[in-house]
Ligand binder design. Structure first.
Ligand SMILES: Nc1ncnc2c1ncn2[C@@H]1O[C@H](COP(=O)(O)OP(=O)(O)O)[C@@H](O)[C@H]1O
Ligand SMILES: Nc1ccn([C@@H]2O[C@H](COP(=O)(O)O)[C@@H](O)[C@H]2O)c(=O)n1
Length: 232
């Protein structure tokens, strides 16, 4: 693999097409890609019962365990592996088992608030915001939540009006200003092709950021030495 990883952040409203973009821009680039869904970093809510977990506002920044995500990204960027939590939307909680994630050529952090946290933004090499009209997004969400996430129509509509929409306006949409690029409608062919080319170039291209392992370790060693005070 190349060191350090090239890290892409993909933000945007629910149903905008973030997961689809993430898959399309990476599928032909490298075997060595890690997708980090922000959903996996929803806080552990095991102390609440199911009825209480159903009432949580999952679109507020407080719903996420930012410290853990920062720590995991830092570890992956310095060549270590992490135990990434997995999320279960049907029970509104983390699954019992985490999965081991190794550092890879490309890391994609994808989720509604992927461009929200300042420290995480600093770790991203490319920041994308997927912009899709709210009416299209809610229609996609209704279909997905009912078919894949075990929800009923009335619940999806209530949640959308009480938290999803207001939080989108207050917290998610404003992160667009941190984006390097805004992708209209998600899976738009020209944007996908350009982004795929960019990733190919970063990972395999001449003058890209790919370092051999020894160069990487020397650089990390040099940085550590620079940050370590001389002994008296
Ligand atoms: N450009 C597009 N045109 C049509 N359907 C799309 C497009 N992008 C995504 N979808 C569909 O919309 C739904 C939500 O997309 P997804 O990528 O999961 O969104 P997000 O991750 O932003 O919530 C999925 O069923 C997906 O297949
Ligand atoms: N228990 C949960 C946790 C999250 N959500 C909703 O998921 C949305 C984010 O996922 P996308 O794939 O749509 O980006 C977010 O808007 C939360 O409302 C949920 O419904 N239940």
């Amino acid at each position: 693999m190349t060191y350090p990883s090239f890290v892409v952040g993909i933000a945007g409203g629910t149903g905008a097409g973030k997961t689809t973009v993430s898959r399309l821009i990476t599928e032909n680039v490298s075997d060595s890609v890690t997708r980090i869904p922000l959903d996996n970093y929803y806080r552990d809510l095991s102390h609440l019962d199911l009825a209480e977990r159903e009432q949580v506002n999952y679109d507020h920044p407080e719903a996420f365990e930012w410290d853990l995500l920062r720590e995991h990204l830092e570890t992956l960027l310095s060549g270590g592996s992490v135990e990434m939590p997995q999320y279960d939307f049907e029970i509104h909680n983390r699954k019992a088992e985490a999965i081991t994630v190794e550092p890879t050529d490309v890391i994609v952090v994808e989720g509604i608030l992927a461009l929200y946290d300042e420290a995480i933004n600093d770790m991203l090499d490319l920041r994308l915001y997927v912009e899709t009209d709210a009416d299209v997004r809610i229609l996609r969400r209704i279909e997905r939540d009912v078919v894949q996430r075990g929800r009923d129509l009335e619940g999806v509509i209530d949640q959308y009006l009480s938290t999803v929409k207001p939080m989108h306006e207050q917290f998610i949409e404003p992160t667009k200003k941190h984006a390097d690029l805004i992708i209209p409608e998600g899976a738009n062919r020209m944007a996908i092709n350009l982004l795929e080319e960019k990733l190919q170039n970063e990972v395999h291209g001449e003058g890209g950021r790919a370092w051999e392992r020894e160069d990487f370790e020397r650089e990390i060693g040099d940085r550590t030495a620079r940050n370590t005070p001389d002994p008296e």
